[in-house]
Design a protein around this ligand. Structure first.
Ligand code: AMP
Length: 282
């Protein structure tokens, strides 16, 4: 595996592959890899000739400076895992290369950024995400880019942006990988104390209780949200948001007909966690 640190070097490394007509699979990440990241790399490896993973803790998408400072980092461990997954190029640029002095351009996606993560973390979060993903797409020029359903709104924002800006990349969204007890894998989970790790199950427990209720015939979103909130409260966790929305537009849904996205965010032991499921009325 080749580790490259500059935009010029990633272009140089990819040039012969592009000329040979090889497909490039790309997995953008902020590092501290877990099985969720590995699943994206594996999917890229299965479907692409060349696999590029970027490792960049993007400062502009952090609304909370202490979250940025506390974000876990371990490049050596990440490089070992990426290499095991058959990644060809690990692209780890410096912030000064991504945002050189005088940097003055942003990508603003509207509508699908206004709810949930956008409403709680502020508009700057998805401006940071869209801008860095657009830049990474221009640097790597992948055939396909792989994102996790764990960050459902982010995947929707990236899809919207690539369509609206005619960026020639296919977006593939891969399922959320969970711990055996249901907790969605996240780089932030290492910051949970033992007690908070237990409490963190409130999110997945609330979502799976709603899935079970839908399977049992409940269709009223208010009823589903009230009982999911009660599940969380029973574990001592208050959601920052808990919503059932259209998976395409993120508009609130009153009744489940077909598919709807149920998404939750909560602070548990000082760590902000998110999770979601697709509710399907059969
Ligand atoms: P991050 O490093 O947290 O920015 O995540 C990089 C990519 O991995 C994003 O597309 C995430 O949605 C995805 N990802 C993070 N956690 C998971 C998970 N538990 N399952 C599947 N994908 C994930």
């Amino acid at each position: 595996m080749n580790i490259v640190r500059t935009i010029a070097d990633v272009r140089t490394a990819l040039e012969p592959h592009r000329r040979a007509g090889r497909t490039i699979g790309f997995v953008p990440t902020m590092g501290y890899f877990h099985a969720g990241h590995a699943s994206l790399m594996r999917r890229a490896r299965e479907t692409s000739d060349v696999v590029v993973v970027s490792l960049f803790v993007n400062p502009t998408q952090f609304n909370d400076p202490s979250d940025l400072t506390a974000y876990p980092r371990d490049e050596e461990r990440d490089a070992a895992l990426a290499s095991t997954e058959g990644v060809d190029i690990l692209f780890a640029p410096a912030a000064t290369d991504v945002y050189p002095p005088g940097f003055a351009t942003t990508v603003v996606v509207t509508r699908v950024t206004e709810q949930m993560e956008g409403a709680t973390r502020g508009v700057s979060h998805f401006v940071g995400v869209a801008t860095v993903v657009a830049k990474l797409f221009n640097m790597v020029q992948p055939t396909t880019a792989f994102f996790g359903q764990k960050d459902a709104q982010q995947a929707l924002v990236v899809r919207r942006m690539t369509r609206d800006l005619d960026i020639p990349v296919r977006i593939e969204v891969c399922p959320t990988v969970r711990e055996p007890d249901g907790l969605a894998m996240s780089s932030r989970n290492v910051r949970l104390s033992a007690a908070a790790r237990d409490q963190a199950l409130a999110l997945s427990a609330a979502l799976s209780s709603a899935e079970r209720a839908v399977a049992a015939g409940v269709r009223d979103a208010r009823v589903l949200l009230d009982s999911a909130r009660a599940v969380m409260r029973g574990r001592g966790v208050e959601p920052e948001y808990l919503e059932i929305v259209s998976a395409d537009t993120l508009a609130a849904v009153d009744r489940i007909a077909g598919e709807a996205l149920m998404a939750v965010a909560a602070h548990v032991g000082g760590v902000r966690l998110i999770d979601n499921v697709m509710l399907r009325a059969g």
